[in-house]
Design a protein around this ligand. Structure first.
Ligand code: HEC
Length: 97
């Protein structure tokens, strides 16, 4: 019995993951954990979907260069992305309407 609930949650998570996996770039998968695959998860995380790609990319580069005061997780996260990956994820989230 104790195993059933975690397994059900895992199965549900995998099902949701597969539904979006087709167009979710690898570099954007980590973003989806917090911002949602559609870039507009409810809660304290800011929505990023549908903003101009140049704006998202420049924000990410500012995080990477530690130019955004009071940021929490983003500077550390973006440091792991290459310049090309920054453009890829920015384009992906910008394209969501
Ligand atoms: C661990 C959760 C988490 C992950 C993973 C994450 N973010 Fe964020 N994101 C945040 C939080 C929280 C903020 C608010 C700034 C801060 O505290 O760092 C934010 C802010 C942003 C902003 C600025 C939004 C604005 O309007 O100011 C952008 C753009 C962004 N994230 C894009 C991304 C992208 C692209 C990825 C994947 C590479 C990503 N985030 C991964 C939590 C996350």
């Amino acid at each position: 019995m104790r195993l059933l609930l975690p397994l059900a949650i895992l199965a549900a998570t995998l099902a949701v993951g597969t539904a979006h996996a087709a167009d979710l770039p690898a570099a954007a998968a980590v973003c989806a954990n917090c911002h949602g695959t559609d870039g507009r998860k409810d809660g304290p995380i800011p929505a990023i979907a549908g903003k101009p790609a140049v704006l998202i990319a420049s924000k990410l580069r500012d995080f990477k260069a530690d130019k955004i005061a009071n940021a929490t997780v983003m500077p550390r996260l973006v440091k792991g992305l290459t310049e090309a990956e920054i453009d890829t994820v920015a384009t992906y989230f910008a394209a969501i309407r």
